[in-house]
Design a protein. Structure first.
Length: 242
């Protein structure tokens, strides 16, 4: 069953995204001492692509939580080593201090941020950590200007119920909840991926915007010399410790 939801692209695109973010994720999980953690939660796990990685990395128990049952059912092989949980992140079905590592990737932007972070604070045990990799579409760097997509992303994400500026809000909200926060920005620029247009196409767009995206994709496809185009979406790499 393939879930039709704006907050969950196809498994192929989710895998591409996870691959782009892999170096940052590896670095962050090392910082957070993930190997030694015993109770891990992948919050907004989608198809569980990263839950599987977490289960390989740590000998602890990994819970893969998502509110979408179709997502959890769509790729059971990725979840074989993690315990799936279908629930809303704003009302987590776990006792206080249940986890020593909570992981989030491209998920917080889709969630009601303040109630959800309060829940994370509740379920993280003293000495535990929240690791988050979340974007900030307001900081996109794009060139040439006629290929800019940031306004389309921002409008479409808001229409879909997401917060495109989640990245910049996280540090202050987490500090306010008593976390000790460290934030890095994903610094390396890589050649822009054509799949970015397919990801944008999966959001609620007007028919005019859909035509715009298709035209931009065609135009971008013609710029095939190295560094003829730049499309950088900043990701906040957050480590928040209790
Ligand atoms: C873009 S996907 C990211 C999936 C996964 N973290 C990854 O990187 O492969 C966002 C996920 O967040 C989930 N999600 C959104 N709001 C949620 C909520 N309130 N509670 C639980 N899951 C939620 C969606 O169902 C979706 O699977």
């Amino acid at each position: 069953m393939k879930p039709e939801q704006a907050d969950l692209p196809s498994l192929r695109l989710i895998r591409d995204q996870a691959a782009w973010l892999a170096p940052a994720r590896t670095w962050l999980l090392k910082q957070a001492n993930a190997r030694q953690r015993r109770r891990l939660l992948d919050l907004g796990c989608g198809f569980g692509v990263v839950s599987k990685e977490l289960a390989k990395l740590s000998r602890g128990r990994v819970v893969a939580l998502d509110h979408s049952l179709p997502a959890l059912l769509a790729a059971p092989s990725t979840l074989r080593k993690a315990a799936p949980a279908c629930a809303d992140a704003a009302t987590l079905p776990f006792a206080d201090a249940s986890f020593d590592l909570v992981f989030c990737q491209l998920a917080l932007l889709w969630m009601p941020l303040e109630p959800m972070l309060a829940e994370v604070r509740r379920v993280v045990q003293p000495g535990g950590v929240l690791v988050a990799i979340e974007p900030d579409y307001g900081g996109m760097i794009e060139h040439p200007p006629e290929l800019a997509t940031a306004p389309l992303w921002i409008d479409a994400l808001r229409r879909a119920g997401a917060d495109p500026l989640v990245g910049r809000k996280l540090p202050g909200l987490l500090a306010g909840l008593g976390f000790e926060v460290q934030v890095e920005l994903m610094s390396q620029l890589t050649a822009p991926a054509r799949q970015r247009f397919d990801l944008l196409r999966g959001l609620p767009l007007t028919s005019y915007e859909r035509k715009q995206v298709d035209a931009l994709k065609r135009q971008a496809g013609k710029l095939d010399r190295p560094w003829q185009q730049v499309a950088h979406l900043p990701f906040m790499l957050v480590t928040a410790r209790l």
